[in-house]
Design a protein around this ligand. Structure first.
Ligand SMILES: Nc1ncnc2c1ncn2[C@@H]1O[C@H](COP(=O)(O)OP(=O)(O)O)[C@@H](O)[C@H]1O
Ligand SMILES: [Mg+2]
Length: 543
């Protein structure tokens, strides 16, 4: 690109081959790219949404209904489209659910914005109006939400079921939701007058085989490693567990050193010395009363032999994350120096046992006393099924965590979106001119959520829109779309609830992404990037 001033040579500020798209064209281009992404996930929203089959560059196939998974695997190139993928990821990390909703909503916000811009409303006015509308929307959502008790299993069960209703494993949702509740409530810790749930304390381990209903909740930790030595016990009851983050080996020097021993008796003395050190290590462990050892590092063959002779069950090279979970589950402390190990550091489990899981041998640590880390062992007919089950369990764990931490729920089926749209429209009457237009556009975009649910269930969106508007004007605040019966119903009567925090996050994330895209008036793309390539309008990179 060159900027030319009279009398001067052109000033080159961009690299050769770079392209620049400016003003309204740039904006239109970005909006289109983001909308393409939103269109793709739109048909998968809700329990009657379609699944997507994703094939990655290695040919691996994933079948999923999970918005976050789809977007992560789509490998989107256009910068504006990438922004939408980012909000899906942020929503996934923040609240774990509502990813498809936030992308569909952001896409709708952008469509409505395009209409306003086409009728000569400046993008800045739209952005300001959207910001005000989103603040009001959050206020409305907070106002209509139902406050619940954070440990009330009935409410938690309802939100877990709603999160899983839209997934491939929906028919087993009832069974899985019980395991999800058991896990979250087990690891929840009281803090600052409320509860905190560390989702990493719930280990989700999976193994194809059996049925989904063979999925287990383990009050402890399952380690995907076997007992290190054949002579060790495979089962220890009343386990006293040492957690060691130090090698049970003689540390070899970093650089290879050579030791020359000429005298055979010296050789023996050298080996004896090694054996003595290892035996001492094992004696120290034994002296604390430990009968199980989990070691984050290696265990020397000879040390294994001594441990076996003492009847101690040991597992080596345990992952750091599993060591942390073992500490939380058994109440033990991880020591980094064997000399410091004492009986106070030992954890407890009623049973430590190696079991065969299909072709593998795994160690189960169970029957812990009030463990603050637990395991869900996912089973199912195939790798694909356990993968999708794992994703659904993740969503359910997250929504239950959301409610335990911020105990408030709203109805599902697009009811809160429809109610918020209804109240926003009334509020818009108090605003003036162009601002009012932006708030109305925002309300229309929110309404796209129940309408998309309706469309995906094969309903006529216009009929659904009229019915929803009527119901909400009559004060039926939880009137939403029941995709199974393809009609507008009161979601509270259907027991379909979602965490308030998911809806707040959807509003926040989608508004932020849409605003960011609406502020773009210049795209400068390096040569060869897709945003810089010529493309047809509507496709990423289109001019
Ligand atoms: N049984 C149900 N009846 C009506 N709506 C439901 C039901 N189960 C889930 N939903 C709705 O489906 C939507 C979520 O769909 P989903 O595909 O999980 O997308 P997201 O990734 O946004 O969570 C929410 O609006 C939720 O209320
Ligand atoms: Mg969901």
């Amino acid at each position: 690109m060159a900027a030319q001033q009279a009398g001067y040579a052109p000033v080159l500020i961009l690299k050769e081959g770079a392209t620049e798209t400016k003003g309204r064209d740039a904006l239109r281009n970005s909006i289109e790219a983001a909308r393409v992404v939103s269109e793709i996930v739109r048909t998968s929203l809700g329990p009657r949404g379609m699944d997507k089959m994703l094939v990655d560059s290695l040919g691996d196939v994933t079948i999923t209904n999970d918005g976050a998974t789809m977007l992560k695997q789509m490998d989107v190139q256009h910068p504006a489209a990438k922004l939408l993928v980012e909000i899906a990821k942020a929503t996934d990390a923040e609240v774990g659910d509502g990813t498809t909703t936030s992308v569909v909503f952001a896409g709708a916000l952008l469509s409505k914005a395009q209409e306003l811009i086409d009728s000569d409303v400046h993008p800045t006015v739209v952005v300001d109006g959207y910001r005000k509308a989103s603040e009001k929307a959050m206020e409305i959502l907070n106002g209509i939400a139902i406050k619940v008790s954070p440990t009330d299993r009935e409410w938690l069960r309802k939100v877990a079921l709603t999160a899983m209703a839209s997934k491939v494993v929906a028919q087993d949702a009832e069974y899985l939701s019980k395991l999800v509740l058991d896990s979250v409530l087990q690891v929840a810790e009281k803090r600052d007058g409320g509860y905190k749930v560390d989702i990493d304390s719930i280990k989700v381990e999976k193994k194809p085989g059996g049925a989904i209903t063979d999925t287990l909740f383990v009050k402890g930790i399952v380690i995907d490693k076997e007992v290190v030595h054949g002579g060790m016990p495979k089962k220890v009851e009343n386990a006293k567990i040492a957690l060691i983050n130090a090698p049970l080996e003689i540390e070899k020097p970093e650089i290879s050193a050579e030791i020359r021993i000429s005298d055979p008796t010296k050789m023996k003395a050298f080996l004896d010395e090694e054996a003595r050190i290892l035996r001492e290590m094992v004696q120290k462990i034994k002296a604390t009363g430990a009968n199980v050892v989990f070691c984050q590092k290696g265990i020397d063959d000879l040390a294994q032999h001594y441990l076996a002779k003492e009847g101690i069950l040991a597992v080596r090279r345990v992952k750091e994350s599993d060591m942390t979970r073992l500490a939380k589950a058994t109440g033990g402390r991880i020591v980094t120096n064997i000399d410091e190990l004492s009986s106070n550091d030992l954890g407890y489990a009623a049973l430590v046992e190696e079991r065969k899981i299909e072709e593998d041998k795994w160690v189960f640590v169970e029957g812990c006393k009030d463990p603050k880390a637990v395991t869900i062992l996912v089973r199912g007919g195939s790798q694909r099924i356990v993968d999708e089950a794992e994703r659904s369990i993740h969503d359910a764990l997250m929504v239950v965590k959301d409610v335990v931490e911020s105990p408030a729920v709203v109805g599902g089926g697009g009811a809160p979106e429809a109610e918020t749209a209804y109240q926003l429209r009334q509020w818009a009457q108090t605003l003036s001119g162009r601002e009012q237009l932006a708030v109305l556009a925002y309300a229309n975009a929110l309404e796209r959520i129940p309408l998309t649910l309706a469309e995906n269930a094969g309903m006529n969106p216009l009929d659904a829109k009229t019915e929803l508007a009527k119901a909400h004007s009559e004060g039926r605040r939880w009137a939403g779309v029941d995709p199974f019966e393809s009609k507008v119903v009161d979601m509270d009567a259907k027991n379909v609830y979602e965490p308030l925090s998911v809806k707040l996050q959807v509003v926040k994330a989608a508004t932020e992404a849409a605003s960011m895209i609406l502020r773009i008036d210049d795209i400068i793309a390096a040569k060869g990037t897709s945003a810089g390539k010529e493309g047809k309008p509507g496709m990423p990179g289109g001019e």
